[in-house]
Every structure is written in C-alpha cells, then in structure tokens.
Design a protein around this ligand. Structure first.
Ligand code: 5RP
Length: 295
C-alpha cells in the first residue's frame, strides 16, 4: 500500500467559537451562478451552516425505524430543516411539491443490507434530478472498500453531468469496514471526494475532525450516524460546528429522538445560533415538556 504518512500532518488549528458572518464558501474555485445559488439554498448564507434532514435510509434498508410512514415523520420536521435528503421515490410519494424545501437527492444506490453495500452505482439520471427540481444530488463513495474504484468513478461521472447544469454534488463518504472511522481515513475519503469535484462532502465526526475539515477544500457537513442519547447528539453537533463543519446532515438522531421536532429545533439552534450543548439540551427538554416540539 502507498505511504499514507501525509495524512498524519498535525494542524494546530484553534477552535472556531463563533458562527461566521455571511457565507464564505471554503472552495476557492469560482462557482457559476446557478451552482452557487443552489448551494446557497442548502448552506444558508446568513450563518454559513445547514441542518439537513436525512431520510434516504430506505434506498438500502427498506423500512427504517422512524420512517415507517415517511410523510407522517416529515410533516412536523420540514418547517425546521434547511434541506431534505430523500430518495426520489420517497420525495415523489411522501413530500408535497408545495413544500418550499431544498432537496439534496440521493442519487446513488443499487444494493441493500443483504448485499455488499459498497456495490453502488448512480441510481438517478441527471435529467430526473432536474425534473425533480433538486438543489443538489448526493452520491456515496466507499474508500478502501471492495467497490472503491466503481464508486469513485460514479462520483466523477455525476460531477461531470451535474456541473453541466449547475447542480452541486454532495459526496457521502464511507470507508472500508476494517479502517475504522478515524481522522486518517475520513480525511483521505473527504479529500478524494473534493479532488474528484464534489461541491461539498458529508463525513463522520471523529477525534481530530478539524484535520478532516482543514484538509478538505470544500465545505463538510457532519453525518449523524446511529441513534445516540439526545445530549450526546447535541454535543456531537456542537463539536463538529466548532471544529469547522458547515452544518449537519442528520437522520436517525433526529427522527428516532424521543421528540423529533424538538430535537431538530435544538440541533438547528446549535448549528445556526451557536448554542452550547447545555443550552441546546435545555431548549430540547423545554420544547418536549411544553409539547411544542410538534410531536
Ligand atoms: C449514510 C447515509 C444514509 O443514507 C443516511 O443519510 C444516514 O443518516 P443517519 O446516519 O444520520 O441516520 O447517507 O451516510
């Protein structure tokens, strides 16, 4: 295997304590108007952050806990999400086209929990994505996994096609099972995604997350992952934001929370208003107690 020492560079980067004023895209590459406008619908210019709600689990999982009735789950949450990440089937069947919500459409797939998950390819054409009026498309890459080559080329292909129409591409990073979810390989996967042309990247929080952010020239949103207790999920969000994330793309930690609508509001307050984990938990508990979460 090639020498990966370059990935161990230490970046003594101070924590970002304040939300940036106005949106300053990390990318140095000039962005064409349509691309920038679509990206601004997802990553809000006022704070430079986004709270994306991920509900695309069905594409490899079928029925996911909390998404048995997708429309029912979504109704109380949509008012608080900056963007929605659904499958095209979920979008067409369970989201009213009257909702003014930017869509980051899951556009890769081809396997299930019963097969080799990395065995994915593009699953939605750019024409259909345009027909659905998406703000961006999301493509998974599996670095260090059996289908690394195929998924990296699928990302590149989608970048070629989407760029033609000014549509941003979100690369969703996964790394081979044996590699763990540490900064070394998440950083490698995120950087590869950016080098292949992804407009923004979704990756997991890890120790040394600031290294992952700093070594990636495009914005990074934090992936949610398995459900954890609400105080921990809020802490994770805060850690990612203060270490440079441009927001979160969270599913189970919102829609499987005891009070999903209270949770998305608390996550949003961390992301956009800089609430501390303690303040956000208080907000969550108060909304939940007052029945104002909208559950
Ligand atoms: C994997 C994905 C999933 O499809 C989904 O969006 C995961 O969401 P969560 O882990 O927050 O429930 O994109 O990264």
């Amino acid at each position: 295997m090639a020498d990966l020492d370059g990935l161990d560079i230490k970046l003594n980067r101070p924590e970002k304590k304040k939300a940036p004023k106005g949106y300053e895209p990390k990318t140095k590459a000039p962005m064409e108007w349509g691309m920038k406008n679509r990206l601004s619908r997802v990553i809000k210019p006022a704070t430079g952050r986004t709270v994306m709600l991920a509900v695309d689990h069905g594409y490899f999982q079928g029925v996911a806990v909390g998404l048995e009735d997708l429309e029912d789950t979504l109704l109380p949450l949509l008012p608080y999400a900056d963007a929605l990440m659904p499958t095209r089937g979920g979008l067409r069947t369970c989201v009213s086209p009257d909702w003014d919500i930017p869509v980051v459409l899951r556009a890769s797939g081809g396997n299930s929990l019963l097969g080799e998950l990395s065995d994915e390819d593009l699953s939605v054409s750019i024409e259909d994505a345009i027909r659905l009026n998406v703000a961006a498309v999301a493509i998974s890459i599996y670095v260090g996994a059996p289908n690394q080559h195929k998924t990296l080329l699928a990302l590149s292909r989608m970048v070629d096609e989407a760029t033609r129409y000014g549509i941003p591409v979100l690369a969703v990073t996964a790394v081979g099972k044996d590699l763990g979810k540490g900064a070394k390989y998440l950083s490698m996967a995120s950087r590869i995604a950016a080098e292949l042309g992804a407009t923004f990247v979704k990756t997991y929080y890890c120790e040394g997350f600031e290294r992952v952010v700093d070594s990636c020239p495009v914005p990074i949103v934090m992936a949610g992952g398995k459900r954890i207790p609400e105080p921990e999920a809020l802490e994770l969000t805060h850690n990612a934001i203060t270490r440079g994330a441009a927001g979160v793309d969270m599913g189970r930690n919102i829609f499987q929370a005891d009070d999903p609508a209270a949770m998305i509001q608390a996550v949003s307050a961390v992301g956009h208003e800089g609430l501390s984990p303690k303040q956000a938990l208080k907000m969550y508990e108060e909304l939940k107690a007052a029945g104002k979460g909208g559950k």
